[in-house]
Design a protein. Structure first.
Length: 136
């Protein structure tokens, strides 16, 4: 909810700034007879000014200065990505080593348990043979 109120406040401030800076719009809105007419006038002005703003934004983006900075930003992003990739690779390698160590320890533990179980199974098998012989 905090972000929504911030968004609404920002849009309200932008609309107020637009109204204060556009004298023709203020005059047209003052002469509007009802809210529907005022909304149409506002839409018409926003459409016209939006086209102008889009043309200016496109001209700005295509300017040499922005293109040079865009190239710098692209190089910076690639370098940062490479550094992050190398750090991630190191982290993955460390995790693989730790996993291999843990697996080795688990393997030796499993061997010990397997030996104990085999010993117990052998003892149990001997007991059973003895009991079977006594029964026969």
């Amino acid at each position: 909810m905090k972000k929504l109120s911030l968004l609404i406040g920002t849009l309200g401030g932008a609309m107020a700034g637009y109204l204060f800076s556009n004298q023709k719009l203020r005059k047209d809105l003052a002469e509007a007879k009802d809210a529907e007419t005022a909304a149409r006038l506002l839409g018409k002005h926003l459409q016209q000014d939006g086209k102008k703003l889009a043309a200016q934004a496109q001209e700005f983006v295509e300017s040499d200065e922005v293109q040079k900075n865009w190239k710098k930003a692209k190089i910076y992003a690639q370098d940062t990505f490479e550094v992050a990739r190398k750090e991630l690779t190191k982290l993955v390698n460390r995790a693989e080593e730790a996993t291999a160590d843990a697996a080795g320890e688990a393997g030796s533990s499993a061997r010990k348990v397997a030996k104990k179980v085999a010993r117990k199974a052998k003892i149990t098998a001997r007991r059973m043979q003895t009991k079977v012989r006594k029964l026969l």
